[in-house]
Ligand binder design. Structure first.
Ligand code: SF4
Ligand code: SF4
Length: 332
């Protein structure tokens, strides 16, 4: 059997050692059921997850909950919603106790005096026209003022099929405000006309993602293998989907035999009791899922399958490093 050390030279082995000790245990938390936007295609609202549970409003209960999560072994809290910045006390309950990542649409600025080094991921859906159409406003115009030059922030740029030929302009716009960017693909959960991916569009966007990565390596946090996996939905010849997904809430996971998966992963609703099926939409057809985090986790939990060749293992390392950078486990 091939081993890690037999496949890697010294430089790659050092990179491997750096990530091998991370042992990341993440879970995802709906901080609130409310949002100051209602984007067409938002998985949270379109799947009814906002109505799955009544929000817990008692701050000490949030604090006790986070303590229990920490005791459960969680070492990365990913805060989503709804819009977490509507409830900064709850965000702080996590931030004071755990490495914390906060997803936001960027309309409300996270006060840095209160959260000096919390990683903030700002959602951006396509260009100005897409944003107005899908989200009702050009959020970048506001979020870029709030976060220009912020070293603990990146844009999570959700690319739509209409972005083909546009991505470089958006990446430049983000570079020019001094912020990093990570890319993923729209899943179009509400079937908006013209926003579902066709195979030839996925081929084109993969080439574009590779191109911007090469041209803007100081801005784009990504790797080509991630582009391949997310655009083809395949890894080492295996198709992504329900049978392979690593990001299913562990206590709800009745797949037998179970696939390689995120250990102890739970996506909690905002009542702190209810669990959602997975890291994204409760109701999405897994065959259409383009969730970026689920795809990168899929690669990460399948290290052994990548011990096939030097290139396969290097690909695995690059995806792991990308994840480590996005959640501040290793520097940009
Ligand atoms: S900003 Fe995020 S949570 Fe709010 S509606 Fe849009 S996608 Fe959904
Ligand atoms: S919708 Fe996506 S993340 Fe959720 S279970 Fe299906 S494949 Fe996994």
């Amino acid at each position: 059997m091939k081993t890690v050390s037999s496949l890697l030279d010294d430089a790659w082995y050092a990179r491997y050692k750096r990530i091998a000790k991370l042992n990341i245990r993440s879970s995802i938390y709906d901080v609130t059921n409310r949002c100051n936007l209602r984007c067409k295609g938002c998985f949270f609202f379109s799947s009814g997850e906002d109505r799955a549970a009544a929000e817990e409003t008692d701050l000490p209960r949030w604090e006790a909950f986070v303590e229990r999560e920490k005791a459960r072994g969680v070492n990365l809290a990913i805060l989503i919603g709804g819009e977490p910045t509507l409830c900064l006390d709850r965000v702080e309950a996590f931030y004071r106790r755990l490495p914390t990542f906060c997803a936001t649409n960027g309309l409300i600025k996270v006060p840095r005096e209160r959260f000096p080094d919390m990683m903030v991921g700002i959602s951006l859906w396509g260009d100005e026209a897409d944003e107005k159409l899908l989200r009702g406003r050009d959020t970048f115009a506001i979020s870029s003022r709030h976060y220009a030059g912020d070293p603990h922030t990146y844009y999570l740029y959700t690319i739509t099929p209409r972005q083909i030929g546009q991505t470089e302009r958006i990446i430049r716009k983000i570079r020019d405000v001094g912020v990093k960017v990570h890319m993923q693909l729209l899943s179009n959960d509400e079937g908006v006309d013209g926003f579902s991916w066709r195979p030839e569009e996925l081929r084109d966007i993969r080439a574009e993602m590779d191109d911007v990565l090469e041209r803007y390596p100081d801005t784009v946090i990504s790797c080509k293998y991630y582009h391949e996996v997310i655009t083809t939905g395949r890894m080492l010849g295996r198709p992504f989907g329900w049978r392979e997904c690593p990001s299913v809430t562990e206590p709800l996971d009745d797949r037998r035999p179970g696939p390689r998966r995120l250990i102890h992963f739970i996506r909690w609703a905002s009542d702190l009791t209810t669990m959602h099926r997975c890291c994204t939409s409760e109701t999405r057809d897994c065959g259409t899922c383009k969730d970026g985090a689920a795809h990168m986790s899929w690669v990460m939990v399948n290290k052994r399958a990548h011990l096939r060749s030097t290139r396969d293992l290097q690909n695995w390392i690059e995806v792991y490093e990308m994840f480590g950078k996005l959640y501040q486990f290793i520097p940009w």
